[in-house]
Structure formats: C-alpha cells, structure tokens
Design a binder for this molecule. Structure first.
Ligand SMILES: Cc1cc2nc3c(=O)[nH]c(=O)nc-3n(C[C@H](O)[C@H](O)[C@H](O)COP(=O)(O)OP(=O)(O)OC[C@H]3O[C@@H](n4cnc5c(N)ncnc54)[C@H](O)[C@@H]3O)c2cc1C
Length: 460
C-alpha cells in the first residue's frame, strides 16, 4: 500500500515537471524567431487587396481554373466602400444603355436577391445625373457577398496578411514571383506565376519595381463620413438665427476651433450632413500616412461635434456613427504601358485593346466649390488593357483607382464599377497567361475579350 502511494505521488510529480517545463511550453506555443518563414505556399495567381476590385479579379481568375489566393490586410472584404461608407457604386449605365456587366453586375444581382440593393433601369438616359445609373449597396452585406462569391469560385482568402517583400524569380520552377508576406507575426513565402495589385495605392507594383506617379500639389482630399444628430434644422432657421451661426462659424475658423475642410460647403450644409468634409493630403499608402490620415479625420469630427454642441439648439448633439476609415480619393497611380490622358477621357478614345467602359465626370475635388467636368452627350471613355499593365514589368497587373492614368483622367476612372470592370479583365488575363505560359501583355486580345464576354462582360 505504501509503495502504491509513493508510485502515484512520483507519477504526479513527473507529469507536473513535464507540463511546466520550458521545453514543453515552447512546443505548445510554436515559438519562432524574427525572420523565420513559417509556411510555404505556391499558387498561380496572387491578388492583393480585397475590395470589389480585388474580389472581381480573384473570382474571374479562379473561375478560369487556376489556383488563386487573395490577400487582404484588414478583417473583411469591401475596401473603401465598406470602411469609408462609399456605398454608391458608380456607374453601370451611360446615356441609355448598360456599359458594365459581367462579374460586377452579377455581384449587384446577388445583392438585389438578398435585399441589399436595387438595380437602376439602364435603358433610360439619366444625362448628367449619372448617380441614377449607380447601385446603392448595403455595405455589410456587400462585404459578405464578395467573400461568399470568392469562396464559391475557389479563391483562397487570407485576411490580416500583406506582402512585405517581392522578388522576381529567374529559375526554372515556372514561378515568376516570390512574395514574403507578414500575417500577424508569421512570415509566409508565396510563389506565384501572376500577380494583380488591387491595393488602391499600387503598393504591390512598387514592391515589384514598377514606377508610380503622384500629384502632391493637386492630390484630391479625402472625406471622413460620420453622423451627428442634433435639433438644429438649417431650413427652419430665421434670418437672425442663421446670422448668429454663420458668425460663430467664421469666428471658429479664425480662432482655430474649426478648420477649413471640417465643413467644406459651409456650416449650413454640414448641419444637414457632417460627411461634407475634406481631409486634405489624405493618404493611406503607408502605415504612417494611413494612421495620420485617420487621426486627422477623427479630429475633424471631434471639432465639429464640439462646435455643434456649442450652438444654440445643438447642446445635446450626439455622435451617432462614424466610418472605420477616412475615404481616400487619390494617392499613387501606377505608370503603365499606356497612360490614359484627360483627352482620352473626354474624347471617349477607343483602342484595339479597350476592355471596359468607364462613365463618370472629371471630378478632381479641387479646393473650393467643385465643378464636375461632365462628359459630352454620347461620350463613354474606355480602358485600354495596356493601362492595367505596369510598364516594363511582366507577370504583373494593376486594377482599381490607381490604374495608369493622368491626374484628371483618374478623377473619372476611379469609381467603383469601373474599378471592378477593369479588374475582371486582369483576372481573366492572369489566368490565360498561366494557361498559355505567357505574359498578360503578349496575350491575343481577341481571346481575352471573348473569354470576358463568356462571363458576360461588356467590351467596347
Ligand atoms: C469620399 C469618397 C467618395 C466617393 N464616392 C464615390 C461614389 O459615390 N461612387 C463610386 O463608385 N466611387 C466613389 N468614390 C471612389 C471609390 O470609392 C474609390 O476610388 C474605389 O473604391 C477604390 O477602390 P480600390 O479597389 O482601388 O481601392 P480600395 O477600396 O482602397 O481597396 C483596396 C483594398 O486593398 C487592401 N489593401 C491595401 N493595401 C494592402 C496591402 N499592402 N496588402 C493587402 N491588402 C491591402 C485594403 O485594405 C482594401 O481592402 C469615392 C471615394 C471617396 C474617398
């Protein structure tokens, strides 16, 4: 009996030592060291960035049967639409017909079937009211539908993961790129044959050695969308009440309580919608700039909230909601094999390699009241495939707001339906390039166009 008790006590002691020993703890916690690559994955097409742009590119690529991975640095799909409240997807129709179909339109139809959007009648000419040819989406559902459609197509989704280095491979492995990604403290190596940059900033292109362009002076401001509820109804104010508020507003601008841009169209417009702000030099192309931009957006909201609470009738004003991020209109543009110019845009140039339409005014959000440059009746600009291919770099494409275009043309081409239409072309081109062991630029354009038509894309 005494021996049995001693044996049990000894066993307990040994197990405790094993469980508490540093070696056991290290194994259980999977300890790695700075610079260790913990995982190796190969794929055909790597898409970086998961807005509607990245989702469309990845869905198209995967549907053509090639292994496709999509990296998204944040926690969900949707990009600016979802994080900055830009829920109106412009523009699917021009004059009196549909100009963007394919996967982007299919996504809209899915949203409609789930009660998350309504489709416009595109057989009607809305003239300069192009917003009527846009689709307003419920952003949370949009994010979920994008994710669902990626999964259904077989896209491997990796959130919280971003490239930290990109290297061109010159071996005989058949892979053209080695990308080291960082995913919450883990480093992963991804070898791929084709890459599509859907980061909005051309970040992947820059890492791969492509040239980018930026207009520091004229860079469009961003906007931080938030909603303050209060009891002041600008339409019901007397002349005297308006004069008091206007004076207080001007004093606030003078003494720095408010800054120009906090209420970009004047205080009375902002009392109706606080989203009427400009965040100047808004930029999310590096972690530092993105941090500063978002901080400045929130500071602007705070100034407005305090100001409204200081007005007669605004004492109980409340912040009801605020978007996750400042919406960014413009940062870098990738320099491509062709740079779309403002003359191409307003002239509606059509090239042999035009793969999608775009329809939106030239809208550079200059300081002061904006004067949108409407397109002349009947004009519908197009995107040449070469504007999606970074100059001099093979096996790499770009889609989204940073496609190869000059500053003014870009202010028209940056809208979401256009971003998605171009993205569908990059997804198809990447998959075809893998299939034919060639580069996107060397593809037969007629094959690319007919492949896109199979997926109901509308080609100029
Ligand atoms: C205030 C405002 C109002 C606008 N109004 C309209 C409008 O009414 N209608 C319209 O159609 N357009 C509008 N636009 C323009 C439009 O919203 C954008 O141009 C468009 O959404 C850009 O899409 P994108 O895919 O290029 O970039 P984004 O939407 O920025 O998507 C990029 C994605 O890539 C991810 N990402 C970035 N870097 C990395 C990385 N290194 N690794 C992994 N993932 C990364 C991001 O997290 C994001 O999900 C507006 C823009 C703003 C700012």
């Amino acid at each position: 009996m005494k021996n049995r008790v001693s044996f049990v006590l000894l066993s307990i002691l040994l197990w405790s030592l094993l469980i508490l020993s540093p070696v056991g703890a290290n194994d259980a916690n999977d300890v790695s060291h700075a610079g260790d690559v913990n995982d190796h994955v190969d794929c055909d097409v790597l898409v970086v960035g998961g807005s509607g742009t990245g989702a469309t590119a990845a869905i198209q690529s995967a549907r053509l049967g090639v292994r496709t991975i999509l990296l998204e640095i944040s926690h969900k799909m949707g990009g600016t639409n979802v994080t900055a409240g830009v829920t109106s997807i412009h523009v699917f129709g021009a004059w009196n017909h549909q100009i963007i179909g394919g996967i982007p339109w299919e996504i809209m139809e899915d949203l409609v079937s789930l009660g998350g959007a309504r489709l416009p009648d595109l057989s009607v000419s809305y003239g300069r009211s192009q917003g009527k040819a846009a689709v307003n989406v419920q952003p949370d559902l949009y994010s979920i539908v994008l994710e669902d459609k990626c999964l259904a197509a077989g896209v491997e989704l990796r959130y919280f993961e971003a490239p930290s280095s990109v290297k061109a491979l010159q071996d005989d492995s058949g892979y053209h790129w080695q990308v080291i990604t960082s995913a919450m403290g883990k480093l992963r190596q991804i070898r791929c044959r084709e890459m599509i940059d859907c980061t909005g900033n051309g970040t992947l292109c820059a890492m791969a050695g492509a040239q980018r362009m930026k207009d520091e002076k004229d860079q469009q401001p961003g906007t931080f969308s938030y909603h303050v509820s209060h009891r002041i109804n600008p339409d019901k104010l007397s002349k005297d009440q308006r004069a008091v508020i206007q004076k207080r507003y001007e004093e606030a601008l003078e003494n720095g309580t408010l800054q120009w841009g906090d209420a970009r169209q004047g205080i009375f417009v902002s009392l109706k919608s606080t989203a009427n702000n400009y965040i100047f030099k808004a930029d999310n192309s590096t972690a530092e700039l993105r941090s500063k931009t978002n901080t400045r957006g929130r500071q602007s909201a705070l100034r407005m909230l305090k100001f409204i609470r200081s007005l007669p009738g605004g004492e109980d004003a409340r912040l009801m909601s605020a978007c996750e991020e400042v919406g960014i209109r413009e940062t870098w543009r990738v320099k491509g094999e062709y740079v779309i110019t403002i003359d191409d845009c307003i002239g509606g140039t059509k090239w042999a390699d035009s793969i999608a339409y775009c329809f939106y005014p030239v809208d550079p959000h200059v300081e002061g009241p904006t004067a949108p440059g409407h397109l002349k009746t009947g004009v519908i600009p197009t995107i040449p495939f070469r504007a999606l291919v970074p100059k001099g770099i093979d096996h790499l494409q770009v889609a989204g707001r940073c496609i190869s275009s000059d500053h003014l043309a870009n202010s028209s081409f940056r809208v979401q339906a256009t971003c998605m239409a171009g993205a569908q072309a990059t997804g198809a081109a990447a998959a075809l390039a893998v299939r034919h062991k060639t580069t996107p630029l060397k593809l037969d354009m007629e094959e690319l166009k007919s492949t896109l038509r199979t997926y109901k894309a509308i080609i100029p």
